[in-house]
Design a protein around this ligand. Structure first.
Ligand SMILES: [Zn+2]
Length: 304
C-alpha cells in the first residue's frame, strides 16, 4: 500500500511522503526478492481462488488518487512493465474539493504541529467533542501543557476527537487564520488521466465517495458512499473487476454493513490494511477485507 510518492517540494517543508528514488529502490527490491503477480495470476485468485505457483509475489496498490501517482508512479510502472490498482475517492471529482483528510495532510506539510495545535485549540470548544471522548480530550488538553506538541497530536485532535459535523468548518477557520490556500486542480489525478492509466493496464477501484470512517456512518450513508462512488467512476470500472478499498483501513474502519453493501453492489474484492500475506482461505473468508502491508514495512519504504 502506497500513498504519496514524490520529490521534495520546498513549499511543503514538513510534508511526509515516499521519495520517488526510494520507491524505485523498493521496486527493485521486490523484483529481486519476491517478483510481481501478473494480472492473469491475480484474476485466477479473485475468480477461482487459485494461488500463484510461486508464493510471496507482490501486488502494488495506491490510495487516494493523488496527482503524484500519475506524475511519478504511473510512468515508473509502465517503464517496468508493471501494473497496479489505484483506489479513487470520488468527491474531489464531483465537487472539485480537497477532502478533509488531505487538507489536514497539506496543513501538516506546511506548518509546524505546535502552531497548528495552538490555532485549532482557539477554535475548538468542548461542545464539539462527543460525550464519550470528553474525558480523554480533557486529559490531552491538560497534558499538552507539559509535553511536546506535534503533528500527531494535531491529527489526533482533528481525526479522532473532533465530531465530524464540525470538522470541515474548523479546517476552514484554520486555513483562513493562516491565510493559506489549496489548489484542488493540482492535488488529484485529472479524470481524463485516470482513463489513460486504465487504457495502459492499471486497475481503477473505488475508495468510497468522501473517504469517511465508514463504521461511524448509518446504513443509508454507507450505501450512498459506495453507490455514488461507483456511479461517478462509471466507465473507469470494468463490471467484471469491481474492486474497493476501505478508507483509513483497519478493522475498526468498516463493519458488516460495509461488506454486505459491497457484496450487494457486485464488488468482487476489497482491501483492508492488515500486515500479513493473502492466503488461500482469504478467497472464501476475507474477500472484502484482504490484507495489505504498508510499504513502510519493507526496505526503502520509510517516508521522508
Ligand atoms: Zn485513503
Amino acid at each position: 500500500m502506497y500513498h504519496y510518492v514524490r520529490e521534495y517540494n520546498a513549499t511543503l517543508p514538513y510534508f511526509r511522503y515516499l521519495d520517488i528514488n526510494n520507491f524505485r529502490k523498493q521496486l527493485d527490491f521486490f523484483e529481486a526478492e519476491y517478483g510481481y503477480i501478473s494480472f492473469e495470476e491475480w484474476c485466477d485468485f479473485i475468480y477461482n481462488g487459485l494461488m500463484p505457483k510461486k508464493p510471496g509475489k507482490v501486488l502494488l496498490t495506491f490510495d487516494d488518487a493523488m496527482r503524484c501517482h500519475y506524475d511519478y508512479v504511473f510512468p515508473e510502472l509502465i517503464k517496468r512493465g508493471l501494473w497496479g490498482i489505484f483506489y479513487v475517492p470520488t468527491a474531489p471529482y464531483s465537487d472539485s474539493t480537497i477532502l478533509d483528510v488531505h487538507r489536514i495532510h497539506l496543513l501538516c506539510g506546511s506548518f509546524s504541529g505546535t502552531k497548528l495545535l495552538k490555532i485549532a485549540y482557539s477554535f475548538i470548544t468542548e461542545k464539539m467533542i462527543p460525550d464519550q471522548m470528553i474525558e480523554e480530550f480533557r486529559n490531552l488538553t491538560y497534558t499538552r501543557q507539559q509535553n511536546t506538541e506535534g503533528v500527531s497530536e494535531f491529527k489526533r485532535l482533528m481525526n479522532y476527537f473532533l465530531d465530524y459535523k464540525y470538522r470541515s468548518t474548523i479546517i476552514d477557520q484554520i486555513i483562513d487564520h493562516l491565510n493559506f490556500s489549496f489548489n484542488s486542480d493540482i492535488f488529484y489525478i485529472p479524470y481524463k488521466n485516470l482513463f489513460e492509466m486504465k487504457r495502459n493496464g492499471m486497475i481503477i477501484g473505488s475508495h468510497s465517495h468522501s473517504h469517511p470512517v465508514m463504521s461511524k456512518l448509518s446504513i443509508q450513508s454507507q450505501q450512498d458512499e459506495i453507490e455514488k462512488s461507483f456511479l461517478i467512476l462509471g466507465d473507469l470500472i470494468d463490471l467484471e473487476h469491481k474492486s474497493y478499498c476501505h478508507p483509513y483501513g483497519g478493522f475498526h474502519s468498516f463493519n458488516k454493513t460495509t461488506t454486505e453493501t459491497l457484496e450487494k453492489h457486485n464488488v468482487f474484492y476489497s482491501f483492508n490494511v492488515e500486515g500479513r500475506e493473502i492466503n488461500q482461505s482469504d478467497f472464501i473468508h476475507s474477500k472484502h477485507y484482504l490484507p495489505r502491508f504498508d510499504c513502510n514495512l519493507f526496505p526503502f519504504g520509510k517516508s521522508s
